[in-house]
Design a protein around this ligand. Structure first.
Ligand SMILES: [Zn+2]
Length: 202
């Protein structure tokens, strides 16, 4: 069976679980609107799907995914800022209580950035390098796992450069979390913003 056909079968299974076995859950989400408490910024990587990793249900996570789970700096310049738009909607309209930025090991976007830092020959891409270049100052000549932790530290600093994020955090309405997923070990780490260290979540 081709994967695309398995996705269609997967949808039938989803429909059976949520529309036939638990219709009240769907009805309340449709009629009452979404009220997620968490915004999660994750990587587009097919191996780190937040809903699967967190065992989340429909309505629980407001998710924005991009290459390498980066939060860009606050830049209200009228350009096309997809991640910033999702952040604005989640914080100002949905009023989420927590923001998680979820970075991970073996990240292709970070590997491209590290290769560029070392001036290694890279495939010529029109959008990946400019996107990753926002982290050029955060990453040195280091191995990719360390580099992805450095990009996560910088994403958290960038997150706090949005006035509506920092204001809500200062007022105690919003908590900011940097999480790092070690894909090989199956372990989750939490960034301690005070000392910049990662602590394993048991
Ligand atoms: Zn990634």
């Amino acid at each position: 069976m081709r994967t695309i056909d398995r996705m269609v079968a997967g949808f039938r299974s989803f429909r059976a679980i949520y529309y036939e076995q638990r219709p009240e859950r769907v009805a309340s989400l449709v009629e009452g609107g979404q009220k997620p408490e968490i915004l999660l910024v994750a990587c587009s990587d097919s191996r780190v799907d937040p809903a699967i990793l967190m065992n989340a249900e429909p309505g629980e996570l407001f998710v924005v995914r991009n290459v390498a789970a980066l939060v860009p700096p606050y830049a209200p310049d009228g350009h096309y800022h997809g991640t910033s738009a999702a952040l604005e909607y989640a914080v100002r309209d949905l009023k989420v209580q927590d923001i998680i930025v979820l970075a991970h090991s073996s990240c292709g976007g970070v590997s491209a950035l590290v290769a560029a830092t070392k001036h290694e020959t890279m495939p010529d891409r029109e959008f990946i390098q400019p996107w990753m270049s926002m982290m050029a100052g955060a990453v040195g000549d280091e191995e990719p796992a360390k580099a992805s932790q450095d990009t996560l530290r910088q994403s958290i600093r960038n997150l706090r450069s949005f006035p509506f994020v920092q204001n809500a955090a200062d007022l105690g309405y919003l908590n900011v979390h940097g999480w790092w997923f070690d894909m090989k070990e199956g372990a989750l780490y939490r960034l301690n913003e005070d000392d910049g260290q990662f602590v394993r979540i048991e």
